[in-house]
Write a protein that binds this ligand. Structure first.
Ligand code: GUN
Length: 284
């Protein structure tokens, strides 16, 4: 292997230690800790793992968290009412509704219901709009975590050919906005893209968030490229893999994120970052 590892686990741990120190000092002076409300609807197994991790991290860094596990058949009106309650709760700085939601509920409606100042996922149209016009406020956690990882490795993206694979609201689209903000020339590919391989081959920086194990072959990677893999999949033998063939890609890339231990931990770190940011503005 020739690529250097972008170690999201180590950076996430370091960032969390910083937040823990800040919270401990603030609480010692009599301030309330940051508060995060984490809402899960139903029992999607992957969501349960993510939500448990988020709650555990809150506890570890001294953040106040409230957890709501709602039945899959809750109505939109009931879910809206719960969000309204947290919008009005002065001990809560961030509200997160884990996605995806059951089919009878509207994610768009609930995302707009969360007050933009408490939207620590950064999904509200106001926050996405601010990112698009170069005035970022609360930024989507996964793309923001990728940027933090690249900045920490001192990788300057100005002028780079960046290719994003996947155009979801949660990762691909805001990722492209972040990369544009950082001065890259950005291409977004998606399920209707005709020749994915040709786009990947041109990429100085490749971010893959397609949700398809092994979609990107190692021999597609441009020699010396930076490869960021957002995918995470459980294989039959129980191990985890990403959307990129890691072993083969690492032979050609200059930098690469591992799965696990790359982007995943950074998403949680940036959720904590956003909640602390929201709290700072509220307690100031
Ligand atoms: N589902 C997958 N990723 C995320 C995320 O970052 N936030 C929320 N709320 N749901 C998700």
């Amino acid at each position: 292997m020739t690529a250097q590892i972008l170690d999201g686990r180590a950076l996430s741990t370091a960032l969390q230690a910083g937040f823990a120190d800040e919270i401990t000092s603030a609480v010692a002076t009599g301030l309330r800790p940051p508060g995060l409300a984490v809402i899960q609807v139903g029992e999607d197994p992957a969501s349960s793992v993510y939500v448990a991790n988020k709650r555990k991290t809150c506890e570890k860094i001294g953040m106040y968290s409230v957890s709501k596990d709602l039945k899959a058949d809750i109505s939109q009106a009931e879910l809206n009412a719960l969000v309204d309650e947290y919008n009005a709760d002065p001990s809560i700085d961030g509200i997160l509704v884990q996605l995806p939601l059951p089919a009878h509920l509207s994610a768009a409606e609930i995302i707009e219901r969360i007050h933009p100042d408490k939207d620590v996922d950064g999904f509200h149209p106001e926050n996405i709009g601010k990112l698009a016009i170069r005035q970022p406020a609360l930024r989507p956690c996964t793309p923001f975590g990728v940027m933090k990882l690249l900045q920490t490795a001192k990788l300057d993206l100005y002028g780079m050919e960046a290719v994003v694979v996947g155009a979801s609201n949660i990762v691909g689209r805001p990722m492209a906005l972040e990369l544009l903000l950082a001065g890259a020339t950005v291409t977004i590919t998606h399920r209707f893209t005709r020749d994915l391989e040709a786009h990947v081959r041109r990429a100085d920086l490749l971010v893959v968030a397609a949700g398809k194990p092994g979609l990107v072959r190692g021999d597609w990677i441009k020699p010396g490229a930076i490869v960021v893999d957002v995918g995470i999949h459980r294989q039959e033998d129980g191990s985890l893999c990403g959307d990129v063939d890691f072993a083969a890609a690492a032979e050609r890339a200059a930098w690469i994120t591992p799965v696990p231990g790359g982007v995943g931990p950074m998403t949680i770190a940036m959720l904590m970052h956003n909640t602390v940011q929201s709290w700072r503005e509220r307690v100031a």
